[in-house]
Design a protein around this ligand. Sequence first.
Ligand code: GLP
Length: 254
Amino acid sequence: MKHQYKNMTIIVKNDYDNMGKKAARILAAQVTIKPNSILGLATGSTPEGMYKKLVKMYQKDEVDFSEVTTFNLDEYYPINASNKQSYAYYMQQHFFKYVNVKDEAINIPNSSMKDINLICENYEEKIRATGGIDLQILGIGNNGHIGFNEPDVHFESETHLVTLDEATIKANARFFDKSQNVPKLAISMGIRTIMQTKKIVLLASGANKAQIICDTITGVITPKVPASILQLHQDVVFILDKEAASKVMDRINH
Ligand code: GLP
């Protein structure tokens, strides 16, 4: 089901699987229409199904990534790309090793470098030099973060170093042996970087995302809910499963 709320499109799918398929079809369509698309990619559990479907589509010759350039949203800091918890490793395991994105067209903040300002400035500059991101995939944290832009973020931020919220460290502890091992810092595209992308597709699944999705779409626009700024983006699509959509649909329909 497709709904329109203010300038936002909300697509509700029956389950996680169909949410991922829909997102994959949108991304594949983008690449078909513009083979040299600049793609903004996300990590986390939520987009895994989308990557799986994209790999299948690639294997069936339904999509070709040979001309795309990719920019990932964020990366822990410091971390080596070979570390299994790094987002660089995640991207290889879930997507890049199966498809034909060129190695030199893959961009993920280089968190093994010492000079943070240089990493951030280079990243931002590189995005700008491509002419900007055509399609940005986003997940959302339980606290409303997008990328690693935690509550109370400055909306005008570009790629920057972030101190992770306690809530985020807790949520991401499932990927590490113990929560003490979750890095306390990360490098993330800023809210301004995200808002400058031409099209945004945000994915959310599960009942634990229902409240934050409702706040994001229908609440006040505030740095306390970083994703709420998306209400001001000119082309944003939320793809939700039924559980994640439950509260926002109640609010919109009453
Ligand atoms: C992580 C990532 C975000 C992601 C979010 C939700 O910390 N930095 O980019 O969207 O948390 O993750 P998940 O999809 O696993 O719920």
